[in-house]
Design a protein around this ligand. Structure first.
Ligand SMILES: Cc1ncc(COP(=O)(O)O)c(C=O)c1O
Length: 414
């Protein structure tokens, strides 16, 4: 068994008791199961074995170097969403030819770096950006590899804050615009149009919208190739959702591949995928300690823990649900509780109205499925130092990010 599971009475990560991790590294700490990350990557990659494909791990989901290196060692390529993530990819050992670079509002400096590196593809988001890439490539005497991000106007059926494929969002260009743009791009000697890109959102729990988005770009690719524009790949982005709640219906990579492959195969193009959440979400958890307990007049409890929205922003940002459990359950009457952090915001609530076994100050709790969009969204609000991060590798915990100190934070203040 890999990942987070109970052994005897205690939650473990790959069999390492979470109390041992807390004792060694303190709390709050993000913990990752190396074995589970490996298992997920292999399952995802295997689902697409019947077509030429590359899995570009979406670094935005978890950009800690130890995790990004782990994905690279498994054979992944990389998807970077900012200049910072580009440097993470390089530092983790990815070759420029293994990196695609996406993002609305890439700065001039970011584009200069991307063109200079000779990335596998810069996923362009607008006509203006195409012109800027072209000018930079010309100035550098290079030919930049570009793909155009299409906005297919598809409803991802996910939370509106993480849906990116409808025409009212800021992402990509419409199909009509794309037809003209690709032809213009193909006529510029400073650009090589290598593919089309689409990403309709994240935490998508049915295959249909993903397949619909892919079909839009596959049709356009066929049309463009029929007009003599050679393409190399179709990049269908990430988006596959995970089971945050018990028995939540989600799509497996195999079912996703079954929906996608007939669409992609007919183009003859290499398939690029950019999964983030599905690969690293369930393999991470946030370990925290109870620092106080309060009872409301209506009988409900506040369980106040030492992790908050600064360590895991998803509940405050999207009302996201994460399972939360005591690391070791006590016997006794269950309590109804909100599990809250110490930050001075009422939205600093990790879980609302949960039935929990009785807890006491000092008890450890585990917030599950925080491997994606967890540590990476951390902030220093309230001058709170960011949590430590620990990867369980071959059954042993390794610190992959040391806990920040207040001195670390203050060193930038002049
Ligand atoms: C362009 C792009 N690719 C890939 C991803 C990864 O998505 P997910 O973590 O849902 O797989 C994102 C995240 O939203 C993204 O914006």
């Amino acid at each position: 068994m890999t990942g987070f599971f109970r052994r005897h009475t205690e939650w473990t990560c790959d069999g390492t008791p979470l109390s041992v991790v807390a004792h060694t590294f303190g709390t709050p700490t993000h913990i990752y199961s190396g074995a589970h990350l490996t298992e997920r990557y292999r399952a995802y990659d295997a689902a697409f074995r019947d077509v030429a494909h590359r899995v570009h791990y979406a670094i935005k989901a978890n950009a800690t170097l130890g995790i990004v290196r782990h994905m690279r060692q498994l054979g992944a390529a990389a998807d970077a969403n900012s200049g910072g993530e580009l440097e993470v990819a390089l530092r983790a050992g990815f070759l420029p030819s293994e990196i695609v670079f996406t993002g609305v509002g890439k700065t001039h400096a970011e584009l200069e770096r991307a063109v200079g590196l000779g990335l596998a593809a810069i996923n362009a988001e607008s006509l203006g950006e195409v012109d800027r890439i072209s000018a930079i490539a010309q100035a550098q005497g290079r030919q930049a590899h570009v793909a155009l991000r299409i906005n297919p106007d598809v409803d991802a059926g996910s939370h509106p804050h993480i849906s990116t494929g409808s025409r009212i969002t800021k992402f990509g260009v419409s199909l009509d615009e794309a037809r003209h743009m690709v032809k213009t791009m193909a006529s510029k000697p400073s650009l090589k149009v290598v593919g089309l890109h689409v990403h309709i959102g994240s935490q998508i729990t049915s295959a249909a919208p993903l397949a619909k988005g892919a079909a839009v770009v596959a049709d356009l690719a066929r049309e463009l190739m029929a007009h003599g524009i050679p393409l190399e790949h179709l990049d269908v982005g990430g988006g596959l959702g995970i089971e945050y709640q018990d028995h939540q219906a989600v799509v497996s990579p195999d079912d996703y591949a079954a929906a996608l492959l007939p669409i992609v195969r007919s183009t003859g193009l290499t398939l690029l995928l950019e999964p983030g959440r599905w690969l690293v979400g369930p393999g991470g958890a946030l370990l925290t300690q109870v620092v106080d307990l309060k009872r409301r007049p209506d009988g409900k409890w506040f369980v106040i823990v030492d992790a908050g929205m600064t360590d895991l922003m998803r509940p405050a940002l999207y009302g996201a649900f994460h399972r939360i459990e005591p690391v070791t359950s006590r016997d006794g009457e269950p309590i109804l509780a909100d599990i809250v952090g110490p930050v001075c915001e009422t939205t600093d609530t990790l879980g609302s109205a949960r039935m929990l076994p009785p807890v006491e100050v000092g008890d450890l709790m585990v917030v599950r499925d925080t491997g994606a969009y967890g540590a990476v969204m951390a902030s220093n609000y309230n001058r709170r130092p960011m949590a430590a991060e620990v990867l369980i590798e071959n059954g042993a915990p390794r610190l992959i990010r040391r806990r920040q100190t207040v001195d670390d934070i203050l060193q930038w203040d002049l």
